[in-house]
Design a protein around this ligand. Structure first.
Ligand code: F6R
Length: 365
């Protein structure tokens, strides 16, 4: 049931501190603040040379964030694919390599077919799934469950952030196993994860401001989302979320790609959502914002207090997020991104939980 919320999607956005916290508690020993995976992995990260992550839609963007984590924490090369491309391309997999599949429902036809392909090629398979009785869970070698609880809204929200929580822990475990992270590094990272549920609750306090902003976004025919580093896949997710529930056209881009084409779109009518926590690529994103501002684009900046102070670019709205460990910002910045799509859809009067042409579980190719 929707509790006191107007839509399941609103309820599910608000549930995130709790369910991401449950997921955290399943993957971390809270007393020692160390990663403690609930299952023993049937492979050694030391002998893995490459990881393939395969999923569809929002789940693939969780995988895309995880690529940055695996590469940074474990120096492990990762390829991310949407399942419909991976399976028909017959991507070469080496026997014993690792293939990760991410799916809320565990029933997505293309992801399932990709899993079967990877198994046939002799890869180790790990499924990050929300439904433990699903086909994808049953057929993969290792199951890492997300504890999001049932997700009813067609647009994925809490499943996404729980997927990120599981993948962050797996990437830290890989870094530890490969000797790329010391005990101290691990402790620092896990401490950062432990903070996430509380930070997500803080992020929910931006809702009133976002609700106001949604009236402005609802007047637009196109919206651009920009980000660098792990904020890039989140920009893709923001654009997907907006288009699927509000039917407003949106695109996500790596901020550095702006000048290679999409900048041609920018004029006074174009809202540009910039996801820019004050991290190691912040300065670079500020230069991209300046390019947008110089062409009259309306910037909606999602950043922290330090970022807001140093941005030196005029924004239409700045959404100030809590200060946090730079590694895990996607989980926390997902909240305003989801809220913006949600409230825009409410203003547009669309069927938020059951958007046209979409089904919760895509069991056909
Ligand atoms: C977007 C959305 C979809 C799903 C995709 C994969 O909000 O919900 O893009 O993420 O269809 O579904 P699962 O995770 O069930 O495999």
């Amino acid at each position: 049931d929707k509790a006191n919320y107007r839509h399941f999607m609103a309820k599910e956005i608000h549930e995130q501190p709790e369910v991401v916290g449950h997921t955290l508690a399943r993957y971390v020993d809270m007393a020692t603040e160390r990663v403690a995976l609930p299952v023993k992995l049937p492979f050694d990260f030391n002998t893995i040379q490459r990881v393939n992550i395969t999923a569809c839609g929002t789940a693939s963007y969780a995988g895309f964030v995880a690529k940055y984590w695996f590469e940074r924490f474990a120096r492990l090369p990762v390829e991310v694919d949407v399942a419909s491309e991976f399976r028909y391309r017959e991507a070469p997999l080496r026997k014993g390599d690792l293939a990760i599949f991410i799916s809320q429902s565990g029933e997505t036809a293309d992801t399932l077919a990709a899993l079967r392909y990877a198994k046939a090629e002799g890869a180790h398979t790990v499924a990050v799934v929300n439904v433990p009785t699903s086909t994808i869970a049953r057929e993969s070698e290792t199951v890492l469950q997300t504890l999001a609880g049932p997700e009813i809204g067609v647009a994925s929200t809490k499943a996404f952030t729980c997927q990120l929580m599981v993948l962050a822990n797996l990437a830290i475990a890989a870094g530890k196993a490969r000797g790329e992270l010391s005990d101290e590094d691990e402790a620092k990272l896990v401490h950062g994860l432990v903070e996430v549920p509380r930070l997500m609750a803080d992020a929910l306090t931006t809702e009133l401001q976002i609700e106001k902003l949604a009236h402005r976004i609802a007047k637009s025919s196109d919206v651009l989302y920009l980000g660098r580093g792990t904020s890039f896949p989140l920009a893709l997710e923001g654009a997907l979320k907006l288009k699927e529930i509000s039917y407003i056209h949106a695109e996500g881009y790596a901020a550095g790609e702006l000048k290679h084409g999409p900048i041609a779109l920018i004029d006074e009518t174009m809202p540009v959502v910039v996801i820019a926590p004050h991290d190691r690529v912040f300065e670079k994103t500020v230069s991209n914002m300046q390019e947008v501002a110089a062409r009259g684009g309306n910037i909606i900046l999602m950043t922290d207090a330090k970022g807001a102070e140093e941005a030196t670019v005029e924004s239409l709205v700045t959404i100030v997020m809590p200060d946090m460990s730079a590694a895990f910002t996607p989980m926390v910045y997902a909240v305003p991104v989801q809220l913006l799509a949600y409230h825009t859809a409410v203003v547009m009067g669309t069927d938020v939980d059951q958007p046209r042409n979409l089904a919760k579980s895509v069991t056909v190719e």
